[in-house]
Design a protein around this ligand. Structure first.
Ligand code: NCD
Ligand code: ZN
Length: 348
């Protein structure tokens, strides 16, 4: 069959609506990878200690800007880490700052550096009401932490136990259901009324959970929420390429040094910032939907966050290259997703 698919695509410069940049030497190592592709990114606040105050976000923002390589334009969109004790006034300060664009809910214990997260949303009612009033988005790590719930069901159960009651109580609260991984979440977001959207990672569009266990346990494919079965992956691809304005790009690139991943109790997180747009191009191309990539990567996110779309463009070509086996970071090494593998698309 003749291949009529395009060999290159140029889109408006994209943004990453969910990114872990870390701090210090790791920040310096990973930031250039994101800044080469993305004009802006929603920066996760799960540092140690977490970014809970607008003043801390201001200082972190300055450290990020100082790490942007000469000649690249990159704007960090900051977030605060919601705790049981976040004061309503902190939300007002965040809104007034102009640089805080979301408040992140980590259920306590759900993932990396989430110990200080929310133990019960009932503690946050007043704070959430102020967010609703000011149009400050709530960014959700949407998994329950109940150890009785199967790891693979934690997102679906979160919808019933947390998200639906929350949205009934606060129907105007702007919500981003981040890094969705299930057909349940995709269906919930596309069918809901009101201000809710979702981000989807490249790795959840490309892989199912078999990838974690191919030929042995492969820690670099372990992230949270964990990869799910193939039917879920297909539902995510359908949602991302559907043309719906409720789904947009969020890499959840989450760097950990090699030693933290390759050990008896390895950290969750995949490093995809190096080749994020190339992976998204591969995923969209696989279902002949490259024509939908710009809306997903460059339009839906800013529209939802009520920010201007970017000017400038990014071009991707069908041109295979090999991802290095490891990348230098902090005097040690970082193993990217797809280490040593061939990547079919390349950024121009
Ligand atoms: C993230 C990290 O390492 O900070 N890990 C991950 O697997 N995605 C935390 C998170 O977003 O859950
Ligand atoms: Zn994340």
């Amino acid at each position: 069959m003749p291949n009529s698919r395009p060999d290159s695509i140029t889109i408006t410069r994209p943004d990453d609506w969910h990114l872990h940049l870390r701090d210090g030497a790791m920040l310096a190592a990973v930031l250039p990878d994101s800044a080469r592709q993305f004009a802006r990114a929603i920066v996760m606040p799960n540092l140690k200690p977490p970014v809970t105050l607008t003043s801390q976000a201001a200082a972190y923002r300055q450290r990020i800007l100082a790490a942007v390589p000469d000649g690249l334009q990159f704007e960090p969109l900051m977030t605060l880490y919601l705790t049981d004790n976040t004061a309503p006034d902190e939300i007002r300060r965040a809104r007034d700052s102009g640089f805080v664009h979301g408040i992140k809910l980590y259920p306590a214990g759900a993932t990396t550096n989430s110990a200080a997260g929310v133990s019960d949303l009932a503690h946050c009612t007043r704070t959430l009401e102020v967010m609703q009033e000011l149009g400050m988005p709530l960014l959700l790590h949407g998994e329950v932490t109940d150890p009785a719930i199967d790891l693979f069901d934690r997102e679906a159960v979160f919808i019933e136990r947390v998200l639906m009651p929350l949205r009934r109580a606060m129907p105007e609260l702007k919500i981003v259901f981040e890094h969705i991984t299930t057909s349940d979440a995709a269906a919930y977001v596309s069918q809901s009324g009101g201000p809710i959207a979702a981000t989807i990672t490249a790795h959840h569009l490309l892989y199912n959970r078999n990838e974690i266990f191919k030929g042995g346990v492969r820690p670099h494919y372990y992230c949270l929420p964990v990869l799910k079965r193939e039917s879920h992956r297909q539902a995510l691809v359908q949602a991302a390429t559907s043309g719906s304005d409720r789904f947009f790009l969020g890499t959840d690139s989450a760097p950990h040094l090699r030693g933290a991943k390759e050990q008896a109790c390895g950290c969750a997180g995949c490093y995809t910032a190096r080749h994020a747009m190339e992976l998204y191009a591969q995923a969209f191309d696989a279902v002949d939907a490259l024509g939908q990539l710009e809306q997903f990567a460059s339009f839906n996110g800013p529209d939802f966050y009520q920010l201007p779309r970017n000017s400038g463009t990014l071009t991707l070509r069908r041109q295979a290259w090999t991802m290095p086996a490891e990348l230098p970071a902090d005097g040690e090494t970082l193993v990217p997703l797809n280490a040593g593998e061939s990547i079919p698309w390349k950024m121009a």
